[in-house]
Design a protein around this ligand. Sequence first.
Ligand code: SAH
Ligand code: SF4
Length: 360
Amino acid sequence: MTRNINILNLSNIKINLLDLNRDEINQFISSLGAKSFSTIQIMKWIYDYHCTDFSKMSNISKILRYQLEKKSYIFAPSFTQENISHDGTIKWITSLGNDYIETVYIPEKKRSTLCISSQIGCALNCDFCATGKIGFKRNLTVSEIIAQIWQANKILKKKNINQSITNVVFMGMGEPLLNLRNVVSAIKIILDEYAFKLSKRRITVSTSGIVPALNKLINMTDICLAISLHAPNDTIRNNIMPINQKYNIQSLLDAVLKYLKQSHANHGGVTIEYVMLNGINDSKKNAEELAILLHNIPSKINLIPWNPFFNSRFSCSTHDNIHCFARLLRRKGFTTIIRKNRGDDINAACGQLIGSYIKK
Ligand code: SAH
Ligand code: SF4
């Protein structure tokens, strides 16, 4: 992270303050000769008031404002398209050069969750996922990750929706653990009491299981973990998730256990995501196998009805199969939730995010 600051201090390239977490803003402004309390003032302007214009930051000295203007800027790419579902879910699209990312707002009674993207596309090519089908374009920068929350809060305020974002899930486009450095820096900003102020129990990183990155993560940040398991054994998982050929289920669950041991955020256990694919992973035998596999992993299981997309070889498990699968797991003592499909009429549901360019 300090790399950015050093580079930018030596050159004339301006720095986007949305790329920096609090420590980094501190370093940056101390390099300008200013005191650290200005960091908090600047962050309040940015995150509480959505102010991007240094000249309006009235409690900051004129000299510092002049230097900030010369050396930095505040820029959050704005949403270029908005689709609102009949159930209140909103999908926002952000255009980034020739590419697009998607962000989904999911309001519920007592909370509102923002599902954010961490990459443009995804390299992991899970067979059941539309994002996987478009391949990998690039990692998002910290500011591009953060901008999704910043813009969402700003728009919700404008729409007079009092509930700002209470939960953030890295379940949009991309594999967050393959963009570890930027994702962790963004998480610091999401947790910061002078930025988004969310607790670690309200931030979830979902991963398909990049084991070495997961092993590093615990020394970097403590947040809630969701594991895209989707299969009760390596044969099925290899078939639908190529990453399993590199890091198999056992190595993934070992890393999960290690994370849980050190984590305070995951006190109720890890979330296991399991997409229900007709005839692939949804039999009674599969449920029994899953229960054995997870017997020593403190976990709650989310069964996700598979969401269709064009040209896929899969179909979703039947309603009866999903409920039978859930009953069996519950009988074995697992908290099991069948996830509701939100925003499927606007293609905002899990796994349907493709960046609209593919439709053009
Ligand atoms: N790359 C990360 C996070 C983004 S995917 C991961 O894989 O965990 C978010 C969740 O949506 C994952 O659990 C993923 O497996 C699931 N998903 C992908 N495609 C889906 C689809 N078509 N229907 C339902 N869930 C899907
Ligand atoms: Fe990538 Fe996650 Fe989709 Fe797999 S499920 S292709 S890891 S976004």
